[in-house]
Design a protein around this ligand. Structure first.
Ligand SMILES: *[C@@H]1O[C@H](CO)[C@@H](O)[C@H](O)[C@H]1NC(C)=O
Ligand SMILES: *[C@@H]1O[C@H](CO)[C@@H](O)[C@H](O)[C@H]1NC(C)=O
Ligand SMILES: *[C@@H]1O[C@H](CO)[C@@H](O)[C@H](O)[C@H]1NC(C)=O
Ligand SMILES: *[C@@H]1O[C@H](CO)[C@@H](O)[C@H](O)[C@H]1NC(C)=O
Ligand SMILES: *[C@@H]1O[C@H](CO)[C@@H](O)[C@H](O)[C@H]1NC(C)=O
Ligand SMILES: *[C@@H]1O[C@H](CO)[C@@H](O)[C@H](O)[C@H]1NC(C)=O
Ligand SMILES: *[C@@H]1O[C@H](CO)[C@@H](O)[C@H](O)[C@H]1NC(C)=O
Ligand SMILES: *[C@@H]1O[C@H](CO)[C@@H](O)[C@H](O)[C@H]1NC(C)=O
Length: 660
C-alpha cells in the first residue's frame, strides 16, 4: 500500500496532468497538486492548506471559476484529521470507498462511508458543476446510480440543491457546522440544523445552546423569516414521513451562491458572487428580536417598538417587572388571570385571543393534529388544561389544514409587519372581555389610545379601508345629491371614524388622489349574495380579525374573493391618513387587483380577483428584493398599528405583477 502511494506521488511529480479531468475511476488516485475540475470549470477538488503553508492539508472542494487570493472552500473531507507535513493521496478503492492517504507513511486519515450500491468496473467518482462529488455505481452517472455523494455530508456550506435536514430512510442527518477558525476546518461551535418535532424548525446552535431559529415551517413560510423569498432565490421545505429538509435554488444557474455557518460572526449567512467578490445577501440572526426566546416565555419581540422591543402577550404581565424595566425580558411573562380550565360554569370558561403576524412559538414540543380544523382544535385546546395556544399547522395555498397545539410555554415569538400567521392564545374569560372592551374603546376613542407598532400590512389595510370608505362617501354623495353638506356632517370632530372626517382638507386630498388612481366600481349587495351563495359557509376561505373572506363567482364567470370588513377594523383618522400617504409609495407594486367594493348599511365589502393557490406573502414580498423589503420594514413605515388592530389582509388573494 505504502509503495503504491509513493509510486503515485512520484508519477504525479514527473507527469503533471495536462488537461484537467473531472473524475477518478475505481482503483485510481490523485495526489499532491493534482486536482479534479468539474466539466464546466465551476468547482475544483484537491488538497489544500487553509493556513497557506504546507502544514496541515485537507481534501476539499472550492470554486474554480472565480479567481481569489484564497480559494473559497465549500466542502472538506477530512476536516477532523488533517494530513501533517506530507502531500496527500485520494484513492477510489476497489470496495468503492474514497480514501485519503498520507503519501509518506501510507496511513488512511479519512474514508468515505460504504457505498449504498455495489460498485462495478464502470464506477467512478465525478466532480459535478453543482459542487457535488458523486460516486456512481455504473457508467451512466444517473441519479439512480449514486452510491455516495459529498452532498450527503455537508461541512459548513449549503450549496444550491443541497439538503439540510433528516432523511430517516437513509439514516442521514445533514447539518452544517462552522469551521473552528479560518485556518482550521475542524468542527467549530456553531451548527445549523433541523430539529424534528411538532413542526419542522431549523436552529442555529452554539454547542447545545439555541441561538436562533428560523421559526416553525407552516407549509408556506418559515415563520421567522417571512421575507426570505425573492425572485432570484427560492427555497423549499419538504416535510414528509421519510425525510424533512430545507433546500434552495437560485434563479440564474450562473449565479454563485452559498449558505454558510460563520463561526466568527455566529451567524448563518448567504453570500452571492457579485462584481468580483462575495456579497452578504442576508444573515441571521439579524436583529435582537432574532435572538432565541429574546423575550422569555409568553413574551414577544417587535423591533418596531423603539424603547423596549419586548412585550407580554395580551393577558400576560412581566414575571419580574423590575427586571423587565431594566430591559431584561428573559424572565418572560406570566398570566394576569389564571385559567379556569373548565372548573367554573360555562360562562366563565376560557377563551382565545388571536395575535396576528406572528413568528410561531417554538414548536418542537408542540403537537400537530393533521386532520383537525381550527374549530376542532379550539375545542381540543379547551378540553385540555395544559393547552396554552393553537394555530393552523399548514396554511399553504391560502387554506389552512390541520392545527398545532402548544401544551408548553410559548417561546421565541415575534411580531412582524407582514402577514405571517395568527396564533390563538388561551386566556381566562375575564381577560378576553377586558381585551374586547379595550379594543372597542380604542376603536371608538381615536388617537389617545394606541401604542403603535410598525405595520406594512396596516398600511395596505389602510388603503383598502380608504377605498371602502371612498366608495361609501361616493355613494352617499350620489344618494344625497341636493342635500346640503352640513346636514351630513357628523358631530364628534377629529377623532371619530375616518369616513366622518371629510372636513379635513388634507385627508380629502388623499381621497381624491386615491380615487383618481383607482377606478373603483360599486357592486350591489344582491350581486355579492348571488356570487357567494349568500355567504355560504362552504365558500368561506379564511378569516382574520378584520372579518371573513369568501370565494364567489360573478355572473360573468369571474372568480372573486369577497372580504367583509368588520366594524372593528376602523382606525383613527390621523393614522389612516398617514397610511394612505405611505401606501401611495407602494402603489406601483400593484399587488392587489381590487375589482370593486360594496356598501350596504353597515356592511362594507371589498372584491378582489380570486387567485388560486397564491399566497399573500409570495406576492407582497416575492417581487421585492430583500434589501428593499427590509428598507420598507425599517424606514418607510414609522408607525401605525395597534397590536389588537385586526389583520385586514390575512387571506386576501393577491395578484402578482410581473415586474416592479
Ligand atoms: C505543488 O504546488 C506547490 C505550490 O504551487 C509547489 O511549490 C510544488 O512544487 C508543487 N508540487 C508538485 C509536485 O507539483
Ligand atoms: C502518518 O501520517 C498521519 C498524518 O499525516 C499521522 O496522523 C499518522 O500518525 C502517521 N502514521 C504513522 C505510522 O506515522
Ligand atoms: C451487492 O451485491 C451482493 C451480492 O453480489 C448483494 O447481496 C447485495 O444485495 C448487493 N448490494 C446492493 C446494495 O445492491
Ligand atoms: C451534525 O451532523 C453530524 C453528522 O450526522 C453529527 O455527527 C453531528 O452530531 C451533528 N451535529 C449536531 C449539532 O447536530
Ligand atoms: C379545578 O378544580 C380542581 C378540583 O376541583 C382543582 O384541583 C384545580 O386546582 C382547579 N383548577 C383551577 C385552575 O382552578
Ligand atoms: C421539549 O421537550 C424536551 C423533552 O421533554 C425537553 O428536554 C425540552 O426542554 C423541551 N423544550 C422546550 C422548548 O420546551
Ligand atoms: C393534554 O395535552 C398533553 C400535551 O399535549 C397530553 O400529554 C395529554 O395527554 C393531554 N390530556 C388529555 C386529557 O387529552
Ligand atoms: C400542506 O398542504 C399542502 C396542500 O394540500 C400539501 O400538499 C402538503 O403536503 C401539506 N403539508 C404537510 C406537511 O402536511
Amino acid at each position: 500500500m505504502r509503495a503504491r502511494a509513493l509510486c503515485l506521488v512520484l508519477l504525479a511529480a514527473f507527469f503533471p496532468t495536462s488537461a484537467p479531468t473531472d473524475s477518478i475511476g475505481l482503483g485510481a488516485s490523485i495526489a499532491g497538486n493534482q486536482t479534479l475540475v468539474s466539466p464546466g470549470g465551476v468547482f475544483q477538488l484537491g488538497f489544500f492548506s487553509p493556513d497557506g503553508g504546507a502544514g496541515r492539508r485537507y481534501l476539499g472542494i472550492w470554486y474554480y471559476g472565480i479567481r481569489e487570493a484564497r480559494p473559497t472552500v465549500v466542502w472538506v473531507a477530512n476536516r477532523q484529521s488533517p494530513l501533517v507535513g506530507s502531500p496527500g493521496v485520494l484513492r477510489l478503492s476497489a470496495d468503492g470507498r474514497l480514501v485519503v492517504l498520507d503519501s509518506q507513511n501510507g496511513t488512511a486519515v479519512w474514508s468515505s462511508a460504504a457505498p449504498t450500491r455495489n460498485v462495478t468496473a464502470g464506477s467512478a467518482a465525478r466532480l459535478r458543476d453543482d459542487g457535488n462529488f458523486v460516486l456512481s455505481s455504473d457508467r451512466s452517472g444517473s441519479e439512480q446510480s449514486v452510491a455516495w455523494q459529498s452532498y450527503d455530508y455537508p461541512t459548513d456550506t449549503l450549496l444550491p440543491g443541497m439538503k439540510l435536514g433528516v432523511d430517516l430512510r437513509a439514516g442521514i442527518t445533514r447539518n452544517i457546522t462552522s469551521w473552528s477558525s479560518p485556518a482550521d476546518p475542524s468542527p467549530g461551535a456553531y451548527t445549523f440544523r433541523l430539529v424534528l418535532g411538532g413542526l419542522p424548525q431549523f436552529f442555529l446552535l452554539r454547542g447545545a445552546a439555541k441561538i436562533y431559529t428560523s421559526g416553525p415551517w407552516n407549509g408556506e413560510v418559515l415563520t421567522g423569516v417571512p421575507y426570505l423569498q425573492s425572485s432570484d432565490f427560492t427555497f423549499r421545505v419538504v416535510s414528509g414521513p421519510d425525510e424533512t429538509y430545507y433546500s434552495y435554488s437560485v434563479g440564474a444557474s450562473s449565479l454563485l451562491s452559498r449558505l454558510v455557518v460563520d463561526g466568527a460572526a455566529g451567524q448563518v449567512q448567504r453570500f452571492v458572487w457579485v462584481n468580483g467578490g462575495w456579497s452578504s445577501f442576508w444573515y441571521y440572526p439579524t436583529d435582537p428580536c432574532d435572538n432565541y426566546a429574546q423575550c422569555g416565555a409568553f413574551g414577544y419581540c417587535d423591533t418596531a417598538q423603539q424603547t423596549t422591543q419586548c412585550s407580554c402577550l395580551p393577558g400576560f404581565r412581566p414575571r419580574s417587572p423590575q427586571q423587565w424595566n431594566l430591559r431584561d425580558a428573559s424572565g418572560g411573562c406570566v398570566r394576569s388571570t389564571s385559567l379556569s380550565c373548565g372548573n367554573g360554569s360555562s360562562s366563565s370558561d376560557d377563551g382565545f385571543w388571536v395575535v396576528n403576524r406572528m413568528k410561531l412559538p417554538e414548536a418542537t414540543n408542540a403537537t400537530v393534529h393533521a386532520g383537525m380544523t381550527l374549530e376542532q382544535c379550539r375545542q381540543e385546546c379547551l378540553g385540555n388544561c395544559s393547552c396554552r395556544a393553537y394555530a393552523a399547522a399548514n396554511v399553504s395555498g391560502g387554506v389552512s389544514r390541520g392545527c398545532v397545539i402548544w401544551a408548553v410555554d410559548l417561546l421565541d415569538m415575534r411580531q412582524y409587519a407582514t402577514v405571517v400567521e395568527d396564533v390563538y392564545i388561551r386566556l381566562a374569560r375575564s381577560e378576553i372581555d377586558a381585551l374586547n372592551a379595550a379594543a372597542a374603546a380604542a376603536n371608538g376613542g381615536g388617537r389617545h389610545s394606541k401604542r403603535v407598532v410598525t405595520a406594512v400590512v396596516a398600511t395596505v389595510a389602510g388603503v383598502l379601508l380608504l377605498l371602502a370608505v371612498g366608495c361609501f362617501v361616493w355613494r352617499k354623495r350620489r344618494k344625497r345629491q341636493g342635500e346640503t353638506d352640513s346636514s351630513s356632517a357628523p358631530a364628534g370632530g377629529e377623532d371619530v371614524l375616518p369616513f366622518r372626517a371629510r372636513k379635513h382638507p388634507a385627508l380629502e386630498e388623499d381621497w381624491k388622489c386615491a380615487k383618481k388612481d383607482v377606478d373603483l366600481p360599486l357592486f350591489d349587495l344582491e350581486v355579492i349574495l348571488a356570487a357567494t351563495d349568500s355567504f355560504a359557509l362552504h365558500n368561506k376561505i379564511g378569516e382574520g380579525g378584520f372579518g371573513p373572506v369568501y370565494m364567489g363567482k360573478l355572473e360573468d364567470g369571474q372568480e372573486v374573493a369577497v372580504k367583509r370588513l368588520s366594524r372593528r377594523s376602523m382606525q383613527g383618522a390621523v393614522e389612516f391618513k398617514n397610511e394612505v400617504k405611505l401606501i401611495a409609495k407602494l402603489q406601483h407594486r400593484n399587488l392587489v387587483r381590487l375589482l370593486g367594493c360594496c356598501i350596504d348599511e353597515d356592511e362594507r365589502m371589498l372584491l378582489y380577483e380570486y387567485m388560486h393557490n397564491q399566497s399573500l406573502d409570495t406576492f407582497i414580498f416575492g417581487q421585492l428584493n430583500l434589501a428593499e423589503t427590509r428598507g420598507i420594514q425599517r424606514e418607510k413605515f414609522p408607525q401605525t398599528m395597534n397590536l389588537t388592530y385586526p389583520l385586514l389582509l390575512c387571506a386576501v388573494q393577491m395578484k402578482g405583477s410581473g415586474g416592479c
